[in-house]
Design a protein around this ligand. Structure first.
Ligand code: ACO
Length: 309
């Protein structure tokens, strides 16, 4: 996580907003904003911590996948930068672009490689640095996001990912988008300019509270798992009201839905691995616990994964 913290009160000095408005509607009270840290630096730090925790050397990695939509460079990929930082000389590395679903989609991709017997050990990172894509004069979006990274190591084993569902609906891409650069060139006489994040907040809200319970139910049904067996639902940390609504639709108690957006805001692809790592380090995850992860974001994209810890 970046060092620099920005509170809701700090934002209220820049745009017409308040701690009360932001906290009531989103559950967010502060976020970290990258000043010195680059996306690849945050990703490499998260990766080092995950490798250390798993007792895996960088040289043992076969594959590095990074879920991100805000890498430092258009090319090379963040994953290649991380590979270089770690010295993971035997790995192949590339990024997966699925916005806030990026970590989940990357993890499911790695699992498919492992299940197919192509690779044995891989690293998945979710990192985003959306602060550089935000219009800091737009109060409807600038209060929602933070920067950060989280990572996990996956190895061939009977435990871990049991089943997963990934979905997308490209007909709704306009609901949440960011133009990388406007069209500027020699012929139109304009210089390319940076684009900013655009969001239709209410459409995102409606999409999330419908599709997240649907795909969680699908993953449970297809794996023959009773919802009561699930210890935690670790959802993308966009907004506590979305999570409350999902819990209600699934008829599950709120204490099964851990949250930390209060401290970090919505860190996009990083929210799920950051929360998973916090819970693991706090000793909340025990062997054989069944956990559902669910992400949703621009694309639109969404998905759910059933894990046995
Ligand atoms: N502070 C104060 N007032 C604000 C702010 C702000 N930061 N932002 C908007 N407002 C104002 C609006 O201008 C509007 O004022 P008006 O009535 O005078 O026109 C009023 O608040 C209500 O605006 P709405 O957009 O209708 O607010 P809403 O209640 O829908 O809440 C929110 C906005 C929190 C974004 C909500 O739509 C939401 O939770 N959407 C989900 C989107 C989300 O979580 N996105 C995260 C990124 S996407 C992802 O991770 C997948």
């Amino acid at each position: 996580m970046p060092v620099q913290m920005v509170t809701n009160d700090d934002l209220a000095r820049v745009v017409d907003t308040s701690d009360e408005w932001i906290a009531e509607r989103t559950g967010i009270r502060q976020r970290r904003i990258a000043v010195e840290e680059s996306a690849s630096h945050m990703a490499s730090e998260a990766a080092r911590r995950a490798l250390e925790n798993a007792g895996v050397e960088p040289e043992a990695l076969d594959l590095i996948l990074v879920g991100t939509t805000s890498a430092d460079h258009c090319f090379p990929s963040a994953a290649c930068e991380v590979q270089g930082e770690l010295g993971a000389i035997h790995a192949v590395a590339f990024d997966i672009s699925a916005a806030c679903s990026g970590f989940l989609f990357a993890m499911n991709n790695l699992q498919a490689f492992i299940r197919a017997g192509i690779y044995r050990t891989g690293l998945v990172i979710g990192v985003d640095c959306l602060s550089k894509l935000i219009d800091w004069k737009d109060r409807s979006t600038c209060v929602l996001f933070g920067d950060g990274a989280g990572a996990v190591v996956l190895q061939a084993s009977d435990k871990g990912i049991q089943h997963s569902v990934m979905r997308s609906d490209g007909s709704k891409w306009q609901v949440l988008s960011c133009v990388s650069r406007t069209n500027g060139n020699l012929l139109n006489g304009r210089m390319p300019e940076p684009g900013y994040l655009y969001m239709n907040g209410q459409e995102v809200f409606k999409f999330a509270v419908k599709k997240v319970p649907e795909c969680i139910n699908q993953v449970l049904e297809e794996s023959g798992t009773d919802i009561e067996e699930i210890k935690y639902f670790i959802l993308h940390q966009a907004n506590y009201r979305i999570i409350e609504s999902v819990a209600k639709r699934l008829k599950q108690p709120m204490d099964k839905f851990p949250m930390n957006m209060e401290y970090y805001g919505n860190t996009s692809a990083a929210t799920i691995p950051v929360l998973l790592d916090e819970m693991n380090r706090e000793g909340k995850l025990n062997s054989e616990d069944k956990i559902v992860l669910s992400g949703f974001g621009a694309g639109l994209t969404w998905g759910a994964t059933l894990l046995e810890w």
